[in-house]
Write a protein that binds this ligand. Sequence first.
Ligand SMILES: N[C@@H](CCC[C@H](N)C(=O)O)C(=O)O
Length: 287
Amino acid sequence: MHNLPFIKMHGCGNDYVFVDGFETDLPRHPAKLAIKVANRNFGVGSDGLILLVPVADDTADVEMRMFNADGSEGDMCGNGVRCVALWMARQRRISELCRVRTKSRLVTATVSPLSADSNSGTVSVDMGAPVIESADGTTECLTDISLPGQSESPPQIEFTRVSMGNPHAVIFNQELSDRNVKLLGAAIERHSTFPNGTNVEWVNIVSPTELQVRVWERGSGETLACGSGACAVGVAAVLRGVCRRGEPIGISLPGGRLEICWKPEGHVLLTGPATVSFVGTWHGGVA
Ligand SMILES: N[C@@H](CCC[C@H](N)C(=O)O)C(=O)O
C-alpha cells in the first residue's frame, strides 16, 4: 500500500496518527508503520498510531487498536478514545454515545458539540473502574533504581499501582524535573516489578481539586498528556486522601488540562478537549 490516507488528532497535545478503516484498507503491519509515522523528523510525528476498525456486530460502534511510538501495542488510550469519538461524530457515524472497544475494555464517550464538520470538541469518556494493584491499597516502594553513571545511593520512589485497562505507576512527593520524569521514568518503565512495563506519572499537589502532572509513557517516552494516566493519578490521589471521591479533579499537564471524577459507583469519568489537526496521505511505505 503506497498511499495511505490518515488523520492527525490530539487530546491536550497527546497526538496520534489515525487510520480510518471505515474508509480505507487498514495497514497489514501496524507495529512497523507506527515506528515510521511517529518519527518526528522522518515521519508524520506523533506519540503513536491508532487504527479505527469497523465492528461487524452491534456490541460497539468502533474498535480501536493503538500502537506506541516504539511499535508496542497498548491496551487502552484515554486521549485516543476521545479523538476516535470526535472523528466518529464528525463523520456522522454515531447519534449520541460512541462505544469504543479497546484491547482491554469497552468504553463509552460523549462528544459535544455532536456535529459533523466540527474539528474540535469536548469529549467525556466513562473509562470504567480502576483496578488498584498495590498490595496495601496505597503505596509500594522502589529502592533499587540505578541510573547509568550515577554513584549516589538509589532514590526511594514511592508509587501507587493503578490499572485503567493499562498499567500506571503514580508518584507523589518528587520533583517534576526532567531528570526524574525522563531518566527515572525510563528506568521505572522497565523495572522488573512491572513485568509488562508501566506508564509513569509524576504528581505535584496544587490543591485538593487541582493536580499538576508530567507523564512518562510506556513505549513513547514523555508525552504532553495522558488520559488514562490522568484517571490513574486522580484515583491514587483519592486513595492517599489528597482529593475527594465524587468531586471533579483538574489535572494540568504540559499540553493542557483534563478533568477526571472517580464516581461513587466506581467508574472514572475523563473529560477534555479533542482536536483534528489535519488529514494527509502517507507515502512512506510499510503500510
Ligand atoms: N496516552 C494514552 C495512553 C497510551 C498507552 C500507553 N503508552 C501504554 O502503553 O499503556 C492515554 O491517553 O491514555
